[in-house]
Ligand binder design. Structure first.
Ligand code: UDP
Ligand code: MG
Length: 326
């Protein structure tokens, strides 16, 4: 059995001023319960990461941190998206704790799964994935697109845990290794399995959002999906190369056939078919260029090597380590 760990619960928040007053007490109850049950140490903390919110989220976080030692907060200098907010929280806490659990702030993911997660850590696991065993509270559209997306990722050779979002426990050494993955386009669900170490799963029911509203409209979901594939797999390039090869081989055969017919004085009639092929080829080429462009764009963004998050504010209890991290 491992020693009782110090836990940091990392919670990204974007415009959640309506949600935090509802869910913060639940996080507090949970951490106190974990401490009472001797599963985590008293120096454990609930770390909110304000992802450049435009409402009163930061004021709420700093008031919480002033009034209760278990709350802490950092703020990103502007909105960078959920994945970067989680990463900022993990990098900020990894040296202060033995384990982190990342979870959304809206209470959709069952907090009680944390007990099981910590127990799994004590048994020796370094990564514990929270997996939803029931998505009936999500809309049909969300379930359908999520399912299609997981399947697509698998086909593209990206290893992901089915029905796992970003609710997971990481030991500090896994978080440390994650810090060595320097890509700017991050997709944590696909990156964590690449780190390795022993992992397991804990199942829980996903609820409705307790307050506020979702920040993941279709466009953001598509962006995350595209990022998941193009950041972690080059299969789409291979697929278009194969399609290109197939279409070229077919066209070559057609050219030979046209010539044969010509020398037999039976010219193949029709402009329509010619045009069809030209359009088809044009379309295919544009798609291929698009896919290539997507990767070139990624390379362009990666070569800039910009910081993935910039922390602009910290609550007092997070102040020890306050140079601008990368
Ligand atoms: N979030 C964030 N930055 C963003 C968008 C969302 O930190 O740009 C946070 C948000 O506050 C929440 C979590 O990420 O804690 C998940 O977002 P949301 O609940 O809106 O997504 P859904 O659960 O509907 O997919
Ligand atoms: Mg949510």
């Amino acid at each position: 059995m491992r020693d009782i760990p110090v836990l940091y619960i990392v919670i990204p928040c974007y415009n959640e001023a309506n949600t935090l007053p509802v869910t913060a007490p639940l996080f507090l109850n949970k951490i106190q319960e974990l401490i009472e049950r001797n599963l985590v140490q008293d120096s454990s903390r609930i770390l909110f990461v304000d992802d450049g919110s435009k409402d009163d989220t930061w004021q709420i976080i700093s008031t919480l941190a002033k009034n209760n030692k278990y709350f802490a907060g950092i703020a990103q200098s502007r909105n960078r998206g959920h994945q970067n907010a989680v990463l900022a929280g993990l990098m900020e806490s990894k040296d202060k704790c033995d384990i982190t659990i990342s979870i959304d702030c809206d209470g959709q993911d069952d907090l009680n799964a944390m007990n099981e997660m910590v127990k799994k850590y004590l048994e020796g696991f370094d990564v514990v994935y929270g997996v939803r065993n029931d998505r009936s509270s999500d809309t049909f559209f969300k379930r359908f697109t999520a399912e299609a997306f997981y399947k697509l990722l698998r086909v593209m050779g990206v290893e992901v845990v089915f029905n796992h979002a970003d609710y997971r426990l990481l030991s500090a050494r896994v978080a440390e290794e994650l810090g060595n993955f320097k890509e700017v386009n991050i997709y944590l669900r696909g990156m964590i399995p690449l780190i390795g170490f022993s992992s397991t799963e804990v199942y829980y029911e996903r609820h409705e959002r307790m307050a506020g509203k979702s920040h993941y409209p279709l466009t953001k979901m598509l962006e995350l999906a595209l990022n998941g594939i193009t950041s972690l797999s080059i299969k789409p390039i291979r697929i278009i190369s194969s399609i290109g090869l197939g279409v070229s081989a077919l066209s070559f055969l057609m050219i030979i056939w046209t010539f044969v017919r010509y020398f037999q004085h039976q010219t193949v009639p029709g402009w329509a078919s010619t045009l069809d092929i030209i359009c088809l080829m044009g379309g295919l080429q544009l798609i291929c260029l698009g896919v290539l462009g997507e990767y070139i764009g990624k390379i362009y963004m990666e070569t800039k090597d910009r910081p993935r998050y910039i922390i602009s504010k910290r609550t007092d209890n997070m102040e020890e380590n306050n140079e601008l991290d990368k």
